[in-house]
Structure formats: structure tokens, C-alpha cells
Design a protein around this ligand. Sequence first.
Ligand code: TTP
Ligand code: MG
Length: 350
Amino acid sequence: MKKIIHIDMDCFYASIEMRDNPELRNKPIAVGGDKLQRGVLCTCNYTARKFGVHSAMPSFKALERCPDLIILPVRMDKYREDSQKIRHIFHKYTHLVEPLSLDEAFLDVTNCKQYQGSATLIAQAIRQEIADTLQITASAGIAPNKFIAKIASDWNKPNGQFVVTPEEVPHFIQNLNIKKIFGVGKVTALKFEKLGIETCGELQQLTLEQLTSSFGKFGVKLYELCRGIDLREVNTNRIRKSQSVETTFSKDIDNLAICHKALNELYIKLENRLKNTSHQKIYKQFIKIKFFDFTITSAEMLSSQLQLENFHQLFNEGFARKNKALRLLGIGVRFKENDTDEQLALPFEC
Ligand code: TTP
Ligand code: MG
């Protein structure tokens, strides 16, 4: 039986900003793009969340809900630096660390000798060390596998932890909404809802055959996950599945020349980002377009080498579907998957 800890920093970017400027501590704050530039929020502190403000919310909307909200610019270099320090702390306890993003990681502490091998106490100690060293807080989930640990880290957020012992797994999973299962999005959840299935306990009523006939290989995963079974290892070599950049225009753009110019600028940004992942082979290029009415379309093509011309072609294809003014444009690449490595889909960075 494994002992897995999932650690997730509390309102990460916002915590760093509050630490570096304590005057902000009791005020509603967010980190993200400017309202005038039609930006979106990367995150906000818990004071702001009380007003219904959340990540990925357009800044103008957040200000409607919380007029006193202070929106600070993104300081990515600083967040990366602190993320490195946090990872350094993890490695004092185990080298089986799988970072999921700057503020989140899985740790396998099954063979850890500290604290008589108590994962609960190790999680406590790691959180304490993060708080002492960086003056920001983290939450943790402790469980026999990654799936349950990740869910559990949200249970006592912020600045808390939640333990699910192997014996508690069946009970813990019973009333859990199936949307918590990775891979179960809105569409799948709706399909199940029509069958009267909303919780993992209800999903357990379906046989393996029923699930595989509808979902193929994913059906096997569903069968296991709804029983709280997740055999995935903590993968220390996790690599990016994609890399992308995007921009929200300060006003809707219906001029194609301007769109293509923006695309050229994004391309330069993407080239720079890709310098960090130059060891990975590209196999697809893609674009994402958000139109003025917030509808989104995307287009992709096979490509082994980054080429600006491909993005222009994809853009024309995507744009033609609606032929309306643009609010946002994003471009990116997908990397070749390595069969032995589990892949990680990273969202667009803001
Ligand atoms: P999260 O862990 O999802 O959020 P959080 O740490 O801000 O808040 P919580 O206490 O609920 O964990 O994401 C970590 C950081 O990633 C977050 O501080 C900002 C960034 N981020 C974005 O840039 N865009 C997004 O849409 C999300 C969700 C996060
Ligand atoms: Mg977090």
C-alpha cells in the first residue's frame, strides 16, 4: 500500500503578493490582467473569493462583483523562484516528487523514514517548513493513491490537510461527484446524469463490460477510479504535453491584418517558451480563437517543426468558421508522446 501526499499551495500567486506587501493581507486582491486590457485573473486571495471572484474570471467581471478588488500584475519570475524553493523542501523528504504545476506536486513517501514513516506527520512537517521558509501556506491531501490524495488536498483548504486511510477509501469515494474523476468533463457527466448517476458510488453499479462498451479503455479507468483504485506511480520525469501562449486583445479585432500581426508576435513568444522544452519533439501545431461572443474554436495540424506559416493557415481555417471579431488568440504546439511517460496537459498560461 502506497502513501501519497498531494501538496497544493493556497492562492499561490496571491499569497506571494501578500507576503511581499503585508498591507494587502486583509484586502481583496487578485493577480492578473488589467481590466482596460480586458485581462483575466490568474488567481485571487480568499478574501476576494467571498465576493464570488475566482481564477480565469475576466477582470471587469471580478470588479463588478468586488469593486474594491486590487488587481496586481503577474510576476512570473518571482513565482517560479518560490516554486523552486518549495521543490527543494519536498526533496528533503523524498526524491519521488512529481510536480504538476508551479504550486502543486505529488510526493510518494511510502519509504520515507522520517516521523516513523507517518505520512500525516511528514505532510505536516513539509507544510510547516514551507510556512517557515517562505511565509506562505500550503494544503495537503494524504491517501493511498494520487487520485484520492489530490481530491483530499482540497478538503481542508486553506492551510489544512486531510487524511484518507486505505480503510476509509470506500466511504470517502461513495458520495464523491463523478466530475472529480479526471477525464470526466461536462459532457460525460451529463451522459451519466441522464442514467441517474452522479456519484462514484452510483457509478459502481455499472459493470466493467458496460463501461468498456461505452468508453473503451477509459471505461476500465472509470471502473477503477469510482472504487478509489488508482495504480499510477508518482512520475518524477513528467513532461509537458503541450506549450502555448495566448493574448486577449484590448478590444475586439475584426481586422485580419491586425490578427496576423498578433499571430506573428505570439509566434516569437512561443519560440522563446520552447527554448525550455527543446528536448521534446513537436508533432502538432494548433491555434485557439475566442470570438467576441466568447465562443471558442480551435484548429490543429500535424507538424514536426515549428512553422509560422502553419499558424497563419490554421488561423484562416478557424476564423472562417465564424468570420466574426476576435477577443482572444492563442497558438501552441503538442509534443510527441512517449509511451512510458504519463503526459500532462497544461492549461494556457495567463
Ligand atoms: P491553483 O492551485 O488552481 O489555485 P491557487 O493556488 O491560486 O488557489 P487554491 O488555494 O485554490 O489552490 O493554481 C495555482 C496558480 O496557478 C495560481 O495561483 C495562479 C495560476 N493559475 C493561472 O494562472 N490560471 C488559472 O486559470 C488557474 C486556475 C491558476
Ligand atoms: Mg493552489
